[in-house]
Design a protein. Structure first.
Length: 150
């Protein structure tokens, strides 16, 4: 079961275990210049709103309406990092633009250990960008219109 409450997605797996619950929220932050220099992690500026596609169907592309789900509205000057929480081990796969953010490989269903394409909650508390897209680079999650594409 998936629930959207207070801009946080909560996943419950009662068929696995009563405590098999994990939550994901999207934290607003600043964009870091993509100029091959090192920067400190930017500050977290609170949760992004998470909206149901159905609530904005008349304002969104038809493909979004067919797919459904949720979306995170953001300005071009913003980026985000993904916050994970939970006390029961859960595997989570994250993708954008059909690129797996953990492995940097094209999206595939199921879990893979070689290369590992999932994060384990609670061991990994957050994910701040895409892995495997060049030496020492971790491109941020940002507005795809002008973002360094994964």
């Amino acid at each position: 079961m998936i629930e959207l409450l207070n801009n946080q997605l909560t996943f419950r797996f009662p068929e696995v275990h009563q405590k098999a619950v994990c939550s994901i929220d999207f934290q607003r932050t600043l964009r870091i210049p993509d100029d091959n220099r090192e920067y400190h992690l930017p500050p977290g500026l609170g949760r992004f709103p998470v909206e149901h596609v159905d609530n904005f169907a008349d304002k969104l592309p038809e493909a979004w309406q067919r797919h459904g789900g949720v979306f995170v509205p953001m300005y071009q000057s913003e980026a985000l990092w993904i916050n994970f929480s939970g006390n029961y081990p859960c595997a989570v796969k994250i993708a954008a633009g059909k690129i797996n953010a953990v492995s940097g490989e094209p999206w595939s269903n199921g879990l893979s250990d070689d290369p590992q394409d999932y994060a384990v909650i609670p061991e990994q508390p957050w994910l701040d960008g895409f892995k495997g897209l060049g030496k020492n680079r971790l491109p941020q999650f940002c507005n795809r219109i002008d973002c360094d594409k994964p």
